[in-house]
Design a protein around this ligand. Structure first.
Ligand SMILES: O=C(O)c1cc(C(=O)O)c2c(n1)C(=O)C(=O)c1cc(C(=O)O)[nH]c1-2
Length: 245
């Protein structure tokens, strides 16, 4: 039998409570000032891969969408990340963060030094959104329900513990505090409205679980390469490479 709307929403929120990447030890290190400058740089340059692919993921979603109203609502996500000629978007803001932590922006934008697992995880997300049902694709974006909390913790933690942190370098996260709630309010409504059988509810919950794995796997790879045991895969960024000139 299908869950009631309320029960289903609770089920989705429980997935975040149990599996969201705010629980990952790398985030605890980052937000409490325990990361070395190299580890912060490793995080910034690997996370750029995620940033760069989010608008491609959203374009893949829109390409499958035959409802112009849904496309119009969804396309604001692409605008938020890609920006316009007058106003910088999320990708540009992330590159400002990269410069602030001492990396060369072109090096970061090239994604040359990114860990293989960062690329694989992000590519899996784009593929998932392209290949699964629209309901599953939209449900996979619902990790953003849990993002404002981690963005607030990050702004506070970085400002407190790291010299590079100021309103300019952290503007990416400040902006997401406004953008993410708008996006996710729509996404959640859509999923609650359209998951009207137990089967669809299970598929939507599995999509959200998959997405928490996409996020977790990226931090695991980062931790293994740059914290413990410090095994950097062949070809991946090594501290000292790609520095701002
Ligand atoms: O810093 C974070 O922890 C975090 C997490 C997530 C997320 O939950 O996928 C996103 C973001 N940030 C983010 O900035 C962002 O633009 C974003 C878009 C999406 C998505 O799945 O469409 N997730 C996220």
């Amino acid at each position: 039998m299908a869950h009631s709307r309320d029960e289903f929403e609770k089920r989705l929120r429980r997935i975040g409570e149990e599996r969201y990447h705010d629980k990952h030890p790398f985030h605890h290190m980052l937000h409490s000032g325990q990361c070395t400058p190299d580890q912060v740089q490793a995080w910034v340059l690997n996370r750029f891969v995620y940033q760069a692919h989010i608008p491609m993921k959203d374009a893949a979603l829109m390409s499958r969408c035959d409802d112009p109203v849904l496309r119009r609502i969804w396309r604001s996500r692409i605008e938020d990340h890609d920006g316009s000629e007058e106003a910088p978007g999320g990708i540009e803001r992330w590159l400002r963060l990269a410069t602030a932590v001492g990396l060369d922006r072109d090096y970061v934008a090239s994604m040359q030094g990114a860990l293989p697992a960062s690329r694989f995880a992000v590519e899996a997300y784009v593929r998932f959104v392209r290949d699964r049902t629209l309901l599953e694709a939209i449900a996979s974006s619902l990790t953003e329900l849990f993002a404002p909390k981690i963005h607030s913790e990050r702004i506070e933690g970085l400002l407190q513990h790291y010299d590079f942190a100021d309103e300019n370098s952290l503007s990416y996260f400040r902006n997401r505090l406004v953008e993410a709630p708008k996006d996710v309010a729509f996404g959640l409504q859509y999923v609650l409205d359209h998951a009207d059988t137990r089967e669809k509810q299970d598929a939507a919950a599995a999509a959200l679980t998959f997405k928490t794995d996409v996020l977790w796997a990226q931090l695991d790879a980062l931790h293994s390469a740059y914290v413990e045991p410090g095994r950097i895969p062949p070809g991946a960024w090594r501290p000292g490479e790609g520095m701002a000139k």
